[in-house]
Ligand binder design. Structure first.
Ligand code: NAD
Ligand code: ISE
Length: 341
């Protein structure tokens, strides 16, 4: 039987997830949507043949909604995820789980009190074929023990409303989760440095930035985040191990010989770069909802990412190395290895 889904937030990624559920994936349908902009929600609902609910809370409470997808802005996530947990309904929440570690902890506590996993966080890179190959290299020991990781997260441009802390909470949050999963290690410290500023960034925005993370086993990770890189959407990751080096594969694209140049087009849109990962992520989530066993990135992963992001934001202000302490991982999250295949 199909899983009936309700979607809260019908903006950019909300519409994209609705499209994939209705046109690309199997086992689910979208029965209800809602948005703080009712006209937007009504338009989407009409195209779907579903209905628009007036609020996220009403959508979560609706009898025909089996599971919830939260794709509204980050500051609203906590309220909706907590309401879904209270209603006993599975909830897929786009990153970030919540905007602060304290808010993520409230979600964690609610789920632990229920003693059942209902929450999955939208860390889609864990479902990317390239990152999964890299994870296999680490797990098999093909480059020996990882020692250093070099990452880059470059966007072509951002709007004027994008702030310096969003480079961490909105953008580097992906590397924070992915590297923790890839290396199967926890962070112990973070520091943010500011190189020379690009002339392409708005006045109030520090861009680019360098984020330095240290793990419990001593691995050092540097992440260049550059959100006005102009030339494309470019995600890089290189692992240096004891006996070799492994690099994230480039997205496959046509190799062109033309006008005396050998060239490959670089993508410019994050949606296209990770399109297959979003598909796999949501398909696996639908299967896990249908089988009543959520296994994807958990509230604990969302919390760990938020604690790390908080430390990075603190370091943005002080320039100092900030210690990261997660506390004890609740038993509910112990025996759920992240997906690797
Ligand atoms: P967006 O601004 O395009 O869409 C957000 C929508 O939420 C808007 O339509 C807005 O009206 C609606 N909204 C705001 N408050 C609401 C409320 N209280 N109730 C219902 N609807 C409300 O933003 P977006 O780019 O689609 O991002 C949405 C979320 O998805 C963010 O948390 C973002 O970080 C995340 N995201 C994740 C990825 C990824 O790669 N995994 C990519 C983009 C966005
Ligand atoms: C956006 O919200 C995303 O999640 C994208 O994956 C990321 O590349 C971008 O920087 C964010 O703004």
């Amino acid at each position: 039987m199909a899983v009936n889904i309700g979607v809260i937030g019908t903006g950019n990624i909300g519409q994209d997830h609705i499209r994939r559920i209705t046109q690309a994936l199997s086992g689910a349908c979208v029965v209800a949507v809602t948005d703080i902009d009712p006209a937007r929600a009504q338009k989407i609902a009409k195209n779907l043949g579903g209905r628009a609910e007036t609020t996220g809370q009403n959508l979560i409470a609706a009898k025909d909604v089996d599971a919830v997808i939260v794709t509204s802005i980050g500051s609203t996530h906590e309220e909706f995820v907590l309401a879904a947990i209270a209603a006993g309904k599975p909830v897929f929440c786009e990153k970030p789980l919540a905007t602060t570690a304290v808010a993520c902890k409230r979600i964690l506590d609610a789920e632990v009190a229920l003693d059942k996993r209902l929450v999955q966080v939208g860390f889609m890179r864990r479902y990317d074929a390239g990152y999964r190959l890299l994870k296999e290299v680490v797990t098999k020991g093909s480059i020996g023990a990882p020692l250093i990781a070099h990452c880059a997260h470059r966007n072509p441009a951002v709007g004027d409303d994008y702030t310096t802390d969003m480079a961490i909470t909105d953008t580097v949050i992906h590397e924070i989760d992915t590297m923790r999963w890839l290396l199967d290690d926890e962070y112990v410290s973070a520091q943010v440095l500011y190189p020379k500023k690009t002339s392409k960034a708005s006045k109030h925005l520090a861009d680019p930035q360098i984020v330095l993370l240290e793990t419990a086993t001593g691995i050092r990770i540097d992440v260049e985040v550059f959100v006005n890189a102009t030339y494309g959407y470019d995600i890089q990751c290189e692992l240096v191990g004891e006996t070799g080096v492994a690099r994230l594969p480039e997205p496959s694209n046509v190799l062109m010989r033309s006008e005396a140049k050998l060239s490959v087009e670089i993508l410019t849109d994050w949606k296209k770069r990770f399109i297959a990962s979003y598909d796999v992520e949501l398909q696996e989530w639908i299967h896990s909802v249908a089988s009543d066993k959520i296994t994807g990135p958990s509230s604990w992963d969302g919390y760990a990412a938020a604690v790390t992001a908080d430390a990075c934001v603190e370091s943005q202000k002080s320039g100092k190395i900030v210690e990261i302490k997660l506390g004890t991982r609740p038993a509910l999250y112990h025996h759920v290895p992240p997906p690797t295949t």
